[in-house]
Design a protein around this ligand. Structure first.
Ligand code: GLN
Length: 482
């Protein structure tokens, strides 16, 4: 391996200076994946031909001495919920086990247009439903820091691939925390942009009003570089926002001195692991030492966030997943003799237990008799949660919290208790419900060496400040970790 655990900038420079070639890099990464992934299981599909063809295009440009695009030759992985033309895309589900999409999602197309090389597709919870990657129909992912533990979810493969150096960067998706929580568990940076910042075109829908695409990277700078490439209006997604995309690398160069950082008391209560608390509080103290002004705040509707999220997300999922009927996509039961039986059996055999649980919950919440009591009520509480943030952001520039209440838990520890699993999302679902951007950045480790993440939430479309604070956390964490 010529570039052990490299960053985007280092990879691009090595190619531009002709110290290596994209082709050599791709081959090295694929070799590493084949040697090391059987222990981790981050990858579901490798696309070697597509990667080598793209590497050749990059190498030809480098050989001609052309100016290289921002991700030239950077090997990346894509969570298997984003469609890739000609490359199997499963969403971690048996029902899409044989699905080969006819087009590329916008985020993937933009990565490739910027010179990135897609190595393959990454394991995840089925339809991105989960917090541990144990809901994948293809088996769990293991945390590279401790293989008896989960990598977090649902973008567990995306986080584990970066943490183990099997990709320089990856894309994940976040509906209730699925980029930030696995980033926290695996000790990498995970950024959920503002809702609408990145096109969802070609993202297999879980809960459309909550789904976000974002990067998982080794460094805050890499997240800044990647976000700039994938962000911006896309005519193929009417919810993508027409808001200018700044140069985030300029933002992270600014000091945090004078920034007001809110610390919400509701995120430091019961259920927060003591080592996580100590590490996050120490990181906040280091931000204060750099001149940030720490402001105690309250986000009073936080206790309602998890139930609100699980009503809205399951309701939207029940509608989105109605399209899997054995006719249009993927798996069709060979056992069926009538049309109704084909629908029933294809869905029964194709979906896993958690997906079925959510379709039932969501269908119930949307049913005529219960719509007002559940779905409508949840929408109202969602508005209150969003207002909590609006009020807070009148006083502070960003909010800092733990990303998750605990470090990575053991594989199997929560699989029999879906409610305990849902509570792992307590600090992340609020950001999705309010549509604000959030990042998880490593801030320390437990005594046994498990990574701990700090979350930073910001104003709508102010990823610049979120990244800037994250950079300060990363710098100060590097100082203490050496
Ligand atoms: N863990 C949450 C859930 O299971 C979030 C998933 C996600 O963000 N995709 O729904």
């Amino acid at each position: 391996m010529e570039l052990p655990h490299p960053t985007i900038a280092a990879t691009r420079a090595a190619i531009a200076e002709r110290r290596t070639t994209a082709t050599r890099l791709v081959e090295a990464f694929h070799q590493k994946i084949k040697a090391e992934d059987p222990e981790i299981h981050a990858w579901l599909t490798l696309c070697e031909e597509r990667a080598l063809a793209q590497a050749q295009r990059v190498d030809e440009r480098a050989a001609r001495g052309e100016a290289l695009p921002p991700l030239a030759g950077v090997p990346v992985g894509i969570k298997d919920v984003m469609v890739t033309k000609g490359v199997r895309t499963t969403a971690g589900s048996k029902i899409l086990g044989n699905f080969v999409p006819p087009y590329d999602s916008t985020a993937v197309a933009r990565l490739e247009a910027a010179g990135a090389i897609v190595l393959g597709k990454l394991n995840c919870d089925e339809f991105a439903m989960g917090s541990s990657n144990e809901n994948s129909a293809y088996g769990p992912v293991r945390n590279p820091h401790d293989k008896s533990r989960v990598p977090g979810g649902s973008s567990g493969g995306s986080a584990a691939a970066v943490a183990s150096g099997m990709a320089v960067a990856t894309l994940g998706s976040d509906t209730g925390g699925s980029i930030r929580q696995p980033a926290s568990f695996c000790g990498v940076v995970g950024l959920m942009p503002t809702y609408g910042r990145v096109s969802r075109y070609g993202l297999i829908a879980f809960a459309s009003s909550l789904d976000h695409i974002g990067p998982l990277t080794r460094t805050v700078r890499d997240a800044a570089i990647l976000l700039r490439v994938i962000a911006g209006r896309d005519p193929m997604d009417s919810t993508s926002a027409d808001v200018p995309v700044p140069d985030y690398e300029l933002e992270i160069a600014k000091p945090v001195k004078g920034l007001k950082l809110g610390v919400p008391k509701e995120y430091f209560g019961e259920g927060l692991d003591q080592e996580v608390r100590a590490s996050v509080e120490a990181a906040i103290a280091r931000l204060a030492a750099q001149g940030a002004v720490i402001v105690p705040i309250s986000l009073p509707h936080t206790p309602y966030a998890v139930p609100t999220y699980y009503v809205i997300a399951t309701a939207e999922a029940s509608a989105n997943l109605a399209r899997y009927d054995g006719v249009r996509y993927g798996y069709r039961s060979p056992q069926a003799h009538t049309l109704a039986e084909m629908y029933r059996r294809s869905r029964d055999e194709g979906f896993g237990a958690e997906v079925k649980r959510r379709i039932m919950l969501g269908t119930y919440a949307l049913s005529a008799g219960y719509y007002d009591a559940y779905y409508l009520k949840a929408q109202k509480v969602r508005t209150l949660l969003a207002r909590d943030f609006e009020t807070a952001f009148q006083k502070v520039d960003a909010i800092v919290t733990p990303t998750a209440p605990t470090p990575a838990f053991k594989i199997g520890e929560k699989t029999d208790d879906p409610l305990a699993m849902y509570l792992a999302d307590i600090y992340t679902v609020t950001g999705d419900l309010a549509g604000v951007p959030g990042i998880s950045v490593p801030c320390g480790t437990t005594r046994s060496g498990l990574p701990i993440g700090l979350q930073i939430l910001g104003r709508h479309f102010d990823e610049g400040t979120v990244l800037r604070v994250a950079q300060a956390v990363e710098d100060s964490a590097n100082n203490i970790l050496g």
